[in-house]
Ligand binder design. Sequence first.
Ligand SMILES: NC(=O)c1ccc[n+]([C@@H]2O[C@H](COP(=O)([O-])OP(=O)(O)OC[C@H]3O[C@@H](n4cnc5c(N)ncnc54)[C@H](O)[C@@H]3O)[C@@H](O)[C@H]2O)c1
Length: 377
Amino acid sequence: MTTLSNTQSSNSAAQPSTIRIAAIGMGERATHIIKLLSKAKEQVELAVLVDPNTQRADCCKEDKEIRTAENFVHYQSLDQMLEAGPEIDGVVVGTRCNLHTPIALQIAKLNMPIFLEKPVCINWQQYEMLEAAFADCYNQIVISFPLRITPLLLAVKEYITNGRLGTINQIQAVNNVAYGNVYVDSWYRDYDLTGGLWLQKATHDFDYIHFLADAQPLCITAMHSQQVWKEPVLHQDAGSAIVQYASGIHANYTQNFLTRKDAGKRGATITGEDGSITFDWYTETFTFHSHIDNRIENVSLKSDSGHGGGDGKLVANFIDVILKRDVSKTSLREGLLSAGTCLAARDAANLNKVMAIPVPFSNKKPQPLKQRIEPVE
Ligand SMILES: NC(=O)c1ccc[n+]([C@@H]2O[C@H](COP(=O)([O-])OP(=O)(O)OC[C@H]3O[C@@H](n4cnc5c(N)ncnc54)[C@H](O)[C@@H]3O)[C@@H](O)[C@H]2O)c1
């Protein structure tokens, strides 16, 4: 079989006949991603599966939406895969949150494109280890941040970059989560696995907010509360944060996990001198209000492939990174910037303080590691 690996070494311009993927942790999320990869116009196949759950391999082979390689192989541990040295072109990491960093560190030596689930890390120690390991190749890591590249957000961003809003002074973002039961009724309730709901949920939102702000986030303050959920659940059921950017603008973000049914809402209002724009992923619509005349534009952008069309875009970008046609549009730099914002928000809420947000892959560290704390919410 001709694979990407050997066609690329002989002729980098040649199109490979097959892209061989390894999946590490084939749960709900990775299964969805591998199905999208299997549907791509390029020939992408699941060549290797690493998962201690032996049933996952049978599920993959039986699932008609997953294209498995003829020589598909299942390992129960990553060490076994690394020892075998399989011929692969990219790796999808879909384990639970606490293992994202340890697995990324283990496969760093393969020096190949990685599709890494969010959050990229769940504490400051992991943050620093990831930053050190991928300083030279963070652009070939695709972080699973679908919101940033949804058609809806890109359309909103276009209004900003085309100057329709004029000078922006604020982003007001809200995430009223209509499916918050997931965080108390499933494995997500385990704080040690997720690091809490700043990392689990807000990492997506801080990422798109930073993207819209198009400026360096400097510091954050935050509060969180638990009014309905009770121990042993350690998660907040609501949290709010304010981020200050180097450009002078600020963003506020609120998440609430008690929202249910049609009360769900995820999006933001961006206000500028000449106009405001409000968008919502639940309705996949945005409204632009001109501040200059009486013009109001209502736009609907329906999508497919999950997360407002972002999942399909992520997968297409991952293939492009593997084929060296592009760099990651949601790189580890963004992954760390967002995770650092979440960790700083968690610290700020626990300490009633304003915390600096570190700049990934720079020497600007707001605090030495020894002064960091790891309180629970
Ligand atoms: N980007 C997104 O929009 C999005 C959406 C949903 C979930 N997620 C993320 O996806 C991740 C996985 O969530 P899920 O619901 O699929 O979880 P899951 O429990 O369904 O899947 C995890 C899988 O990892 C396997 N596993 C456990 N230990 C392993 C190890 N040492 N090596 C290899 N595999 C191992 C498990 O057997 C299981 O199959 C979470 O971190 C979550 O935050 C992201």
